[in-house]
Design a protein around this ligand. Structure first.
Ligand SMILES: [Fe+2]
Ligand SMILES: [Fe+2]
Length: 233
């Protein structure tokens, strides 16, 4: 049983998720790559989860909220069918019974939502609008904002260089496509990065990339002072 995995938010992490073994879940046909986990089968968890074709899941209530992005395949529940690029937030207290006819892989975060954040969010990132970012070559698609937390997709044209910046209340990135880089390394598709409150870096990309970014959510005190996404909008 995995407990207390990567729950020290003062640590800097850069994990190529494709190198992590798939482990079984309590549900047949459902495997996951665990990135953060407070306790065995409940509480704060961040994972890449893979559902085999024809998977049926037990009905459940989201005691701490559920946020996910469909990486491939189609995830379904009674509210709809969610293909690649669908971004979903199911607030604290929501319930559903998911299934996947053709199978799917999702990046999912559980028990990380403010109880007051009752927004039920569905964004088709394959069809939503991009806005200019803070530097040339950068585009931003805002996904959600609540309190100090901001979530967005950021698209980087090849050769884009961003300015040095700090993450007052932390930053989390999942590389969806291409290669994201900073002075510490190169992060290929599937890399999950977590930078602690107060950390700094200067990101860039040679080949171009698309990333999921969440900022303002890792303050040890629970009080962040970030105001919006660092990359723009
Ligand atoms: Fe769920
Ligand atoms: Fe950053």
């Amino acid at each position: 049983m995995v407990t207390n995995l990567n729950m020290d938010f003062s640590e800097t992490l850069a994990i190529d998720t494709s190198s992590i073994e798939w482990t079984e879940s309590p549900l047949p046909g459902v495997h996951r790559r665990m990135l953060e986990r407070a306790s065995a089968e409940s509480g704060h968890a961040t994972s890449v989860v893979r559902y085999a074709p024809g998977s049926d899941f037990s009905p459940h209530t989201h005691g701490g909220g559920e946020e996910f992005l469909v990486l491939d395949g189609v995830f379904s529940d009674e509210s709809g069918d969610y293909g690649p690029g669908l971004y979903v937030r199911n607030p604290v207290g929501s319930k559903h019974q998911p299934r996947s006819e053709q199978g799917c892989t999702i990046f999912v975060k559980l028990w990380q939502m403010d109880t007051d954040d009752q927004a039920s969010v569905r964004v088709d990132t394959a069809a939503s609008e991009w806005f200019p970012g803070l530097v040339r070559g950068l585009s931003v698609m805002p996904l959600h904002q609540f309190g100090t937390e901001s979530v967005a997709l950021v698209n980087w044209e090849p050769g884009t260089v961003f300015q040095r910046h700090s993450h007052v209340a932390g930053e989390e990135i999942f590389v969806l496509d291409g290669g994201f880089e900073d002075e510490h390394g190169r992060y290929p598709t599937g890399t999950w990065l977590r930078s602690p409150p107060g950390s700094e870096h200067t990101p860039f990309t040679a080949e171009g990339c698309r990333i999921y970014v969440k900022t303002g959510h890792l303050s040890g005190t629970g009080v962040g002072t970030d105001t919006g996404m660092v990359y723009g909008t």
